[in-house]
Ligand binder design. Sequence first.
Ligand code: ATP
Ligand code: MG
Length: 571
Amino acid sequence: MSTETTSAPNFIRNQIREEIEAGRTGKIVTRFPPEPNGFLHIGHAKSICLNFGLAEQFGGDCHLRFDDTNPAKEEQAYIDAIKEDVSWLGFEWAGEVRFASDYFDQLYAWAQHLIREGKAYVDDLSPDEIREYRGTLTEPGRPSPYRERSPEENLELLERMRVGEVAEGEKVLRAKIDMASPNINLRDPILYRVRHAHHHQTGDKWKIYPSYDFTHGQSDAIEGVTHSICTLEFEDHRPLYEWFLENLPVPAKPRQIEFARLNLNYTLTSKRKLKLLVDEGIVDGWDDPRLPTISGMRRRGYTPASIRKFCEMIGVTRADGGLVDIAMLYHAIRSDLEDNAPRAMAVLKPLKVVLTNVPEGHEETYEVPGHPARDDMPVRKIPFTRELYIDQDDFMEEPPKKFFRLAPGKEVRLRNSYVIRCDEVIKDDAGEIRELRCSVDFDTLGKNPEGRKVKGVIHWVSAEHGVPMEVRLYDNLFLEEQPDRDKDADFLEHLNPESLVVCQAIGEPSLAEVAPESRFQFERVGYFCADRHACRDGKRVFNRTVSLKDSWAKVQKKAAQNQDAQKKGGA
Ligand code: ATP
Ligand code: MG
């Protein structure tokens, strides 16, 4: 049975509900604004679920808008992957996909507008000088010597920048706000930089590109976004966001609301660091099943529903700095697969068993439910023969007391079949166990042997009918909870050398032909997903999505028990 999970608080949802009930907001419009400079990760999933979820819940629209102001780092491949990820999660954006670059003409006109109003100027200071003039948190900045240029001169210089007559780094356009502002973002922020770069959407049209700050809020305004939801690091940018909306003839006044970003333990949620793992070949591309990218999670076997459920479980707050336990994510997928994944038997580390009292050529077939609680899943046919495989871990030559599996002279039940006893252990010259000779008690099919207690049940596969397959056991990519906590150290030092272990396994015949991305519980082993690439090429490769043990549910149960005990103690 799966553990029920309730959703955590979401202050933005509550706030919007109040606004709607009080009639202060009509139809809401949100947006998800990725920069196409990498693949999306679980942190983005939180933002996607929030923005699209609000639109769904309150009958509004959510736009997908690429924040594409930095052509040097952006690529069409990232755009395609991001669209696929959002759709795969089950969300639909309103209208066409949008690009901030669609608004470059309008933004340029607004830059000219600011110049005419005396609120922007072209600056010839170098990037280093600009930094130096900007001051610090404790010291005010100083005005640039170019700050008082006339509007006419500024308009002409900006135009020269635009057409490519100015070299990169030679001039920038800045807003003229307040060099002494306690908020550094208001100390004449940069609006345009010269960049002679080819852009994936606008080609070679532009030789200047607007800054994030000059683009974001105005794009929101152009699109009629009502709630511009972003992560807390933009809180200090909000006064600037609002300054642009106040000083430009924008068609709407969106409101920026910040929330805490998601940080997950034992992994990284930074595109830059994930890109490093990909570029260095430490993982197998952006959709390596160990990465917290949406495409990696998909390849690992996560369902869209499980990711959405996880995002609901973590809630939305403004409390920054917390690490979410990855066990919670594992819990979300595990409970989904528990209810929905058909069962199968697969032996990861095969050990041959010969049943000496079963004649050669003997065969019987068991019909077994696809899922213990779901009669809509097809029945599996399990053949039983003289030779079979069990898992090496289910046998011990010298077992400790509580080992309820197979050992010399001991009995165990083969799942869905007979009780067997181990009579002999066959070893090779090196002393390695090669094979077990066992005998079947034919009186035990579907019932307990009289007078004897057989506690253990193990899984197995017929040697004759089993299918060879590759099984990839994935584990956390890092051994440290917060691999990048120490900013000066190299997070690669904390890589888990056993984050991927490959097994040559044997599965029951129902696994012979599986569709890419079909998911299974391998009984007693864990949840697995047919690799979406390899299985399309006719290979049989399964990725472990998650193990069976639910540490998060256990922690929750314990916490609940403690609370109960406290209540009782207090009463
Ligand atoms: P990264 O830090 O990984 O490079 P980013 O913020 O630069 O991510 P964007 O493409 O700009 O990536 O992000 C798109 C949206 O996703 C933004 O609104 C951003 O605030 C949000 N987002 C990014 N990371 C997280 C996170 N860890 N938790 C919640 N939201 C996030
Ligand atoms: Mg960003």
